[in-house]
Design a protein around this ligand. Structure first.
Ligand SMILES: *Cc1c(COP(=O)(O)O)cnc(C)c1O
Length: 236
């Protein structure tokens, strides 16, 4: 299958999942945007994805993204999203490349983003990554740390909170992820209803190749697809 065919397949599955949403509930959005996850993919594969209609590229590592950033060419002007853990010493470089950072997972990192964005005279759009399943092996804020960090952001001048993100555990049966996605949707709607300053929740980033159908059924509007678009990743 080509990348274009894979994309068509993903879009068809997304449509099916949107139709399967509980019609008795109110959903905040019925459109879904795909982030093409390009970690370990070369620039040629990335260009194929862009030619097929992908408009957002998701990279895990600042270093890898910076090597590809200038080489995509001028035929395309994708939006770049950072989806992997960000170290504070890479914030300046990250802020010069990424339109949206999905993976903000600590107060320390948020404070540093605000400081550097201030120096660069920009406002950085971010999502808070929440570790709903509370897996020790994953980055992400514990539930209890979300509200205090949201509060802190309302007092920042150079960070805008645009949504929430989670990575579900890799279960054999993706159905097992449903309660996690449901909880994140609930948290999202709760924060959204508060109408806080610097907070404009519009992205609910949940769902990867294995579980995006369930995530979309539970209200995701930003899904991060790697292998489902590009095939198996080249090990590096
Ligand atoms: C790698 C990765 C993805 C994509 O994973 P696939 O299973 O290949 O779709 C999505 N989100 C994050 C944070 C990732 O690291």
């Amino acid at each position: 299958m080509t990348i274009a065919e894979n994309l068509e397949q993903v879009l068809a599955n997304v449509d099916r999942a949107i139709s399967a949403r509980d019609a008795s509930k109110t959903w905040f959005d019925h459109t879904v945007t795909i982030v093409g996850v390009t970690k370990n993919q070369d620039v040629t594969a990335m260009r194929h994805a862009l030619a097929a209609g992908v408009v957002i590229l998701g990279e895990n590592r600042v270093q890898e993204a910076s090597q590809k950033f200038g080489t995509i060419g001028t035929d395309f002007s994708p939006s770049w999203h950072l989806i992997g853990h960000l170290q504070t010493n890479k914030v300046r470089q990250a802020l010069s490349m990424f339109d949206l950072i999905h993976s903000v997972d600590s107060e320390k990192l948020t404070v540093e983003i605000d400081r550097i964005a201030g120096q660069m005279q920009k406002v950085q759009d971010v999502l808070l990554q929440i570790n709903i399943a509370n897996e020790a092996t994953k980055y992400g804020l514990a539930r209890d740390h979300v509200k205090p960090l949201v509060d802190l952001i309302t007092r920042m001048d150079h960070v805008r909170l645009c949504g929430l993100m989670t990575i579900a555990p890799l279960y054999d049966n993706p159905e097992a992820c449903r309660p996690i996605f449901r909880e994140l949707y609930h948290t999202f709607m709760e924060i959204r209803s508060l109408n806080l300053s610097n907070v404009s929740l519009q992205w609910l980033s949940m769902g990867m190749t294995n579980d995006y159908g369930i995530a979309v059924e539970e209200g995701a509007n930003l899904i991060r697809i790697g292998t489902g678009l590009f095939g198996a990743r080249n090990p590096k």
